[in-house]
Structure formats: structure tokens, C-alpha cells
Design a binder for this molecule. Structure first.
Ligand SMILES: [Zn+2]
Length: 79
């Protein structure tokens, strides 16, 4: 179930990876292109910012390479 949070930014989307099954790939909220955080070639997206707490990635801000929408990824599962 998606958790609804107050809008932090009017121009960016937010995706909670906890709500995503499988390898963590998802569709761009704007253009629908498949984006996979596991894809290190960064062909489909570009990493803009990362937030690391205690050496664990907690937040990733990426930009869709196709429509240039900024997407904030949260909910990284600690393994
Ligand atoms: Zn897009």
C-alpha cells in the first residue's frame, strides 16, 4: 500500500520502493519508461542526489533521461 506524504516539492515525484515487488524497477510516473535502480549504466536515468545514513542508502534522487522528470526514491530495504 502506498503511503501518502505531504508534498515536499511540487515538481518532483516520489516513489516508495517498499511498495514495489521484484527487482525494484518501476515506471516513470510521467512518461512510463521502465527505470531500474539496479541498472548501473544509467542509460535510462541519471542520479542527481543520494542520501546516506550510517553507510546505508536511504534516499536516491534521479532524473528520467527521457522526460527529465525528477523522481525521489525512498524505502530502500536494508539487508
Ligand atoms: Zn520519464
Amino acid at each position: 500500500m502506498m503511503m501518502k506524504k505531504p508534498e515536499e516539492s511540487l515538481s518532483s515525484y516520489s516513489i516508495d520502493l517498499i511498495a514495489i515487488e521484484g527487482d525494484g524497477s518501476f515506471l516513470c510516473p510521467k512518461c512510463g519508461m521502465t527505470i531500474s535502480p539496479e541498472d548501473e549504466t544509467e542509460e535510462n536515468y541519471k542520479v542527481i542526489d543520494t542520501t546516506v545514513v550510517n553507510n546505508e542508502l536511504t534516499e536516491l534522487v534521479i532524473e528520467c533521461s527521457k522526460c527529465r522528470t525528477t523522481i525521489r526514491l525512498t524505502g530502500f530495504q536494508q539487508q
